[in-house]
Design a protein around this ligand. Structure first.
Ligand code: DUC
Ligand code: ZN
Ligand code: ZN
Ligand code: ZN
Length: 484
């Protein structure tokens, strides 16, 4: 059975044009005027865009003594409701656990996904087993990205020697390393000091992770990646200090990518000074929300191209879970939701304000990351042969964000009360209509794992460091006389 999307305007990362889109077997088979299909979806007044890709989610993740509350079912349902058709989640071995063992756990959880998904593999410790299993992860499992935490000391954090070893391994495998860039040693020191001084509330979380810890770690990771001869993807870039390091690296010809989150673009640090403990704690995430100057820097990065992708780091904890941290801010589970709201919020605050063009919107929500992850044009494209992961976007449709009408399993929404204009009329996952005008028609288990090949030509060093420092024979004549 074929489906045709009629009367809409196709918007991609580089083009805007009137055309119908014909779908069969989950793929786009024709794009052009006056197409006919067995079933027609009306896109009058709408834009037909590649479905969003959120490359940064934590679904049902064991973390800080609990599990994040959205699983692959509710998380991908929230994604589809907001126009996102693919998520990339982090398979996270506990220290000492093998990579393949951890992947098995993520395989089991993800069978309930409503949309397509992939995994990044986290490197949370280092030894020969990890070194060896990385090859199987890339070659047999189709995972070409490895995530490293430079924070969460004593839990997930890896040290510089481990970073350097893992980055070199990524280079050899044609894989791309990702970093959570915060100086975990300094964060631990600041946290202990704040607690000792009696600062126990959620606002202390922000004081414990100033922009400097992020800027330092971003710069360190960039330099280590350069020495290892590999590009770098910096997750949740939240501040000017980190953005500045990324800009500088890119100006020097290094392939370094920065990923601001929709939360950091639209919410600021004043949230932590709310008199209501729950309000503040619900917004505790790492890195924390920043001030307006940092927000302006992130928007400028999206406009100029120095920042590449907008994600969510969706990691949802209920109010009850957040309350584990009453009396000790370091025990508040870190994380906020955003999967359902990323696209409408970015459209409202980016496109409707004139900060982003529609084409830039598609680039930073879908196409750029599809290319970085090496799944373009299967994903992130409106092209013949691409998967029909599409959103029919109605720029006139409005709503006020509210926990009472969200798909996420938690009891609040960090964007509560925000008015958005620009929402999906239809979201299609491989040709199947999963959302129609807010009505959810998801199919649990429809989502398939997306394999991603390594990308050695791109994930190769541009640095000249190796040539400059490689051991070479030195010609010297004679032995200097003593005293010289
Ligand atoms: N930051 C969060 O806020 N939650 C999950 C992990 C992370 O790095
Ligand atoms: Zn992180
Ligand atoms: Zn994360
Ligand atoms: Zn309708």
């Amino acid at each position: 059975m074929t489906t045709v999307i009629k009367n809409g305007t196709v918007v991609t990362a580089d083009l805007t044009y009137k055309a119908d889109v014909l779908i069969d077997g989950g793929k786009i088979i024709e794009i052009g005027p006056d197409l006919k299909g067995d079933e027609a979806l009306d896109a009058s007044g709408c834009y037909i865009m590649p479905g969003g890709i959120d490359p940064h989610t934590h679904l049902e993740m064991p973390f800080m003594g609990t599990y994040s509350s959205d699983d692959f079912e509710s998380g991908t349902r929230a994604a589809l409701a907001g126009g996102t058709t693919m998520v990339v989640d982090f398979a996270l071995p506990s220290p000492g656990q093998g990579l393949l063992d951890a992947l098995q756990m993520w395989d089991n959880k993800s069978t309930r996904a409503n949309c397509d998904y992939s995994f990044h593999m986290a490197i949370t410790w280092w030894d020969e087993q990890v070194f060896n299993e990385m090859e199987t992860v890339v070659k047999d499992r189709g995972i070409n990205t490895f995530k490293h935490f430079m924070a969460y000391k004593g839990a997930l954090m890896v040290n510089d020697d481990e970073l350097y070893s893992s980055f070199q391994r990524c280079a050899a495998l044609g894989a791309l390393p990702l970093v959570h860039a915060e100086n975990g040693d300094v964060v631990a020191e600041l946290s202990a000091k704040l607690l000792a001084e009696g600062n126990t509330g959620p606002e202390a979380h922000a004081y414990s992770r100033p922009p400097q810890v992020e800027g330092e770690a971003t710069n360190r990771a960039i330099m280590i990646a350069d020495m290892a001869g590999v590009p770098l993807y910096v997750v949740h870039t939240s501040c000017e200090e980190s953005h500045e390091a990324i800009r500088r690296a890119r100006m020097q010809g290094k392939r370094v990518y920065g990923e601001p989150l929709i939360q950091h673009l639209t919410l600021d640090e004043s949230e932590y000074f709310n008199a209501d403990w729950d309000h503040a704690a619900r917004r505790v995430m790492s890195p924390p929300f920043r001030n307006k100057q940092h927000q302006d820097s992130l928007w400028a990065g999206l406009q100029s191209g120095s920042l590449s992708v907008v994600a969510t780091d969706h990691c949802a904890f209920s109010t009850d879970q957040k309350r584990y941290g009453v009396g000790d801010f370091t025990k508040i589970p870190n994380g906020t939701g955003g999967l359902e709201d990323r696209m409408p919020m970015l459209w409202t605050y980016g496109v409707n304000t004139g900060r982003l063009t529609m084409n830039e919107f598609v680039a930073v929500t879908s196409t750029n990351i599809a290319k970085i992850l090496n799944v373009y044009p299967q994903k992130g494209a409106v092209l013949v042969g691409a998967d029909a992961d599409l959103v029919v976007w109605d720029p006139a449709k409005e709503k006020t964000i509210s926990a009472s009408s969200q798909q996420s399993a938690i009891d609040y929404n960090v964007f509560e009360g925000k008015a958005v204009k620009g929402l999906p009329r239809f979201t299609l996952t491989r040709g199947k209509v999963a959302v129609h005008d807010g009505e959810i028609r998801c199919e649990e288990g429809h989502g398939k794992f997306v394999k991603r090949e390594p990308n050695a030509p791109v994930n190769a060093a541009l640095s000249t460091w190796k040539e400059l420092t490689a051991p070479r024979p030195i010609q010297r004549s004679g032995i200097p006389a003593s005293g010289v």
